[in-house]
Design a protein around this ligand. Sequence first.
Ligand SMILES: Cc1cc2nc3c(=O)[nH]c(=O)nc-3n(C[C@H](O)[C@H](O)[C@H](O)COP(=O)(O)OP(=O)(O)OC[C@H]3O[C@@H](n4cnc5c(N)ncnc54)[C@H](O)[C@@H]3O)c2cc1C
Length: 391
Amino acid sequence: MALLIFEPKQSKMDFQQNENQRMISQMVRDFAKKEITPHVMEWDEAQIFPIKLFKKLGDLGLMGILVPEKFGGSGFTYTEYITALSEIAQVCGSIGLSVAAHNSLCTGHILQFGNDEQKKKYLPNLASAKWIGAWGLTEHGTGSDAGGMMTTAIKDGNDWIINGTKNFITHGKSGQVTVVIARTGEKGDKRAMTAFIVENGTKGFSAGKKENKLGMRASETTELIFEDCRVSADNVLGEVGDGFIQSLKVLEGGRISIAAISIGIARGAYIAAKAYSKEREQFGKPISHFQAIAFKLADMATRIEASELLTFEAADLKNRHQPVNQISAMAKLYASETSVWVSNEAVQIFGGYGYTKDYPVEKFYRDSKLCTIGEGTSEIQKLVISRESLK
Ligand SMILES: Cc1cc2nc3c(=O)[nH]c(=O)nc-3n(C[C@H](O)[C@H](O)[C@H](O)COP(=O)(O)OP(=O)(O)OC[C@H]3O[C@@H](n4cnc5c(N)ncnc54)[C@H](O)[C@@H]3O)c2cc1C
């Protein structure tokens, strides 16, 4: 358990970080200090997706963190994965988001549903970050209602012809490998969608508009356009018709990733606000001496702690192949809303300075908002949680 800003405590769950988590935390901190922190604002302001950084993260084993060693990955569990993600997001949410989209969406889909040939071909290159991965489910007209997608794939001999446009795809331009989900049967049939692997450079496949975003600006988000894009039947992931069902499984892990990013952002904002509250003096004393500010910090710390408990529980259950549909939605809902709430309070503690780009909290605040939207909005998480509760 990564209780990085709080005292370890006794419980029936093991809250101590394991050796791998400690090693990963330290490694990410050392790396981030040198390679991420100095560039965070430059990347953010210019919306630069720092692709070379991801190659370095690949060298550290963080781009194939869940991939077994036999396929060139680090062979860790969700516990180590979310430790790494939250550490990265504590420094830069954008980099955390890109690491998550690469690991748990694209790579995760191939890992869970690919055949041996596909795993041998793609996983080593994804794990080393030689290839960056993208994952395309969302469309302009279908976000929360992704099952209503309009992108089609029609069988033509031994090939499939894909037509349509995907929207808001992380690494839509820079991804060398994309897993795309397309309709292969009747609209309304959840078993009529199929997942395909499409490589960059395939004729009829291109990136469209790049979004100019509020936050997560160093994480590239673009359209994906398919115009009579021909892919071989060898590129089908799992069974024809299973693509949407597979996606829901992939998103269960994705939600745990977004919860981890949320925790990292919240922690970053909390640490900055706590330090500032001890330094900033008004009315002749540090503002932390005012109960109004101290109580904000108390609430922030409590909500971060609760987010960590939910998220590490979800990760632990995922590691043990237990059902995580509801717990991953709970972790994502609570941690993402906490992230927005904590970073908002952090801006408030900084006062006018929090509203400027001279301090880090305005960026935490902007980045945090994505967490309540991406990979299922808070409202959709409540649908998932309530459906399970009412079963
Ligand atoms: C930066 C970024 C990166 C992304 N990366 C990817 C990616 O890599 N791959 C990918 O496939 N997608 C990606 N997405 C898409 C993301 O998952 C969707 O934006 C998200 O699922 C919401 O869909 P939407 O934006 O169409 O909102 P909509 O579905 O239009 O929702 C609008 C509002 O209506 C609410 N709503 C919708 N349906 C219901 C309902 N049934 N009950 C109650 N409320 C409802 C929503 O909660 C929301 O508040 C990304 C998005 C962003 C912004």
